[in-house]
Design a protein around this ligand. Sequence first.
Ligand code: NAD
Length: 316
Amino acid sequence: MIKILANDGIDPIGKALLEQAGFVVDTETVPQDKLVEALQNYDAITVRSATQLRKETIDQCPNIKLIGRGGVGMDNIDVDYARSKGVSVVNTPAASSLSVAELVFAHLFTGVRFLQDSNRKMPVEGATKFNGLKKAYAKGVELRGKTIGIIGFGRIGRETATVALGLGMNVLAYDLHPFEGNLTLNLQGGIKVDIPIKTVSLDEVISNSDFFSLHTPFSDKPILGAEEFAKMKNGVGVVNCSRGGTIDEKALIAALDSGKLSFAGLDVFDNEPTPLAEILQHPKISLTPHIGAATNEAQERIGTELANLIIDHFTK
Ligand code: NAD
């Protein structure tokens, strides 16, 4: 009987699929320092981002044949080392793309109507300074007809583009690896509309977009910093639901303070889980605590995909 430790939890649908296939699934979280001991009783482990599976753990648990990551990033797993030892490492990269893309628009709609500030001030001043606040938030803008610049045109970048196209926005996209093809809008009544998209240069995206959304991994330095902000149109908005470090946060604060940028929406931060106070308290920044993939639908898709990958591995 195959035993699986879902150490960072697994959606009930995924657990049920595994159990129906005859697997035993334990969802009790074992602390990191007790993991090696506990894993002696299992054939596979699934994690999200919390549990670390480093070289030493992999070496001490030769019975573990599969590591499953529910989600995308595998920074918490020594993937190459595990694979070199014959351990299969699988993840579910596409399951949360739409959830992240929709969060981008939550930040964009927030920014263009000042909701990040209004939600902070209304509870305090709404009954005494209603008309003052009304005036302060009077110059909102619409998204339709505006151009969104998407940097990083992989799974989430393309999903973001599809939502933007559905809203009637124009899309300018850049990726290290050029893309030319159709994005498909799935509309009411089963209607599908293919829209051709071709990536352009980063400079073209930077100079011509009204809003920006970042969808790259972090490499060695920020993708947006003072130099890029200087080249943007005045009053643009920037959203980051990718990874901390991809925007230079000091340069971002300076660009917001000078009015070059009108707002930012951030789901990811340098120094998570202790972001800079200047970022957290900035009136022009809409904030979420790295919840891009945190929807019921995404967790169900992650659980289902992970369960099927595990079943395939042990039964085929
Ligand atoms: P993906 O691999 O499908 O796409 C990333 C794209 O970025 C690739 O096409 C790649 O060529 C491109 N790229 C890499 N470096 C680049 C650069 N310097 N300039 C331009 N393009 C570059 O990944 P994805 O699934 O779309 O995820 C994108 C990001 O979102 C990742 O960093 C991922 O960790 C993050 N993410 C965040 C959340 C969240 O909760 N906020 C959830 C899931 C994923």
